[in-house]
Structures are given as C-alpha cells and as structure tokens.
Design a protein around this ligand. Structure first.
Ligand SMILES: [Zn+2]
Ligand SMILES: [Zn+2]
Length: 145
C-alpha cells in the first residue's frame, strides 16, 4: 500500500452490512430531483457524491445491482435496502454514492441541482446553486476537469 492511499471518506448502509472508504475527495456533489432518484432512494430529493471509481473500496461489495433504465445501474444493500450507488454509461469511471450513507456528509455540500424541472413543487431548497433542468452530465463533467 502506497503512502497516498489514506482514507478520506467513509460510510456504511443502514444495517452496516456494507461499508466503504475512499482515498480521494469526490469529483462533484449534486442534488438530483429526477423521478428515478426519488423512487430509488425513497426521499423527496436525492443527493450524491461522485467519486473516481478507482478511489472507492466497498466491503464486502457494493450490494445488489438493479438496472431499470438501460445505461443506469444502481446498487443497494440487500439486507436493509439502503440506496448505495449509481453508475451511468455516460459517466464512465465514476461511481455516484448516496450522500446520506457517507459518514462525513456534513462536509459535502451539493454544488448543483440536477433535473430541477422534475423537482417536487412544494420542495423549496433556498440556495444560490446552479439549477439545471435536465441531466447535469455536461456540468458534472465540466466540474470534474
Ligand atoms: Zn444494509
Ligand atoms: Zn436522478
């Protein structure tokens, strides 16, 4: 193990059957207001931190996979149902980890609202962050450069 593989962020699912750690800070942190993220996470809005896939280690693994929409694979803990990750064909090499399962979520404020056009009308998050109506893929990719 080289000297620069220090743990930066850690996390676990609700039941602690799955844990993970990262060796880098996330490339971006985003809210997602899309219908799919609401259903997958059960909350009125989802939030994710996007990491370089190579920087994250899951123990024993990142859970059960589910692909409902082609090109989008999510994982969840098969024991407790925690939403853990999302991987998207158009964002190769990145893994999106649900913000709520990261121990240091308080240090990871989102930078953007993705799919703001699908936001629940009664949900008002007051901030000055950029709001994009559709996918944030171009913004996210720009932000990670
Ligand atoms: Zn669990
Ligand atoms: Zn979404």
């Amino acid at each position: 193990m080289s000297a620069d593989t220090r743990i930066v962020f850690t996390g676990r699912c609700y039941c602690s059957a799955i844990t993970f750690s990262t060796t880098q800070a996330p490339e971006t942190v985003a809210y997602c207001h899309c219908d799919s993220c609401r259903r997958a996470t059960g909350g009125p809005v989802a939030a994710f931190a996007a990491f370089d896939e190579k920087a994250v280690t899951f123990t024993p693994d990142d859970g059960r996979q589910i692909t409902v929409i082609p090109g989008s694979t999510r994982t969840f803990c098969a024991a407790c149902g925690s939403s853990l990750t999302g991987r998207y064909d158009y964002l190769p090499g990145q893994v999106y980890i649900s913000l709520g399962v990261i121990d240091q979520a308080n240090d990871l404020a989102p930078k953007i609202h993705a799919h703001d056009s699908e936001r629940l009308t009664w949900l008002h998050i007051e901030d000055d962050l950029e709001r994009v109506s559709a996918t944030a893929r171009s913004k996210i990719n720009d932000a990670s450069k």
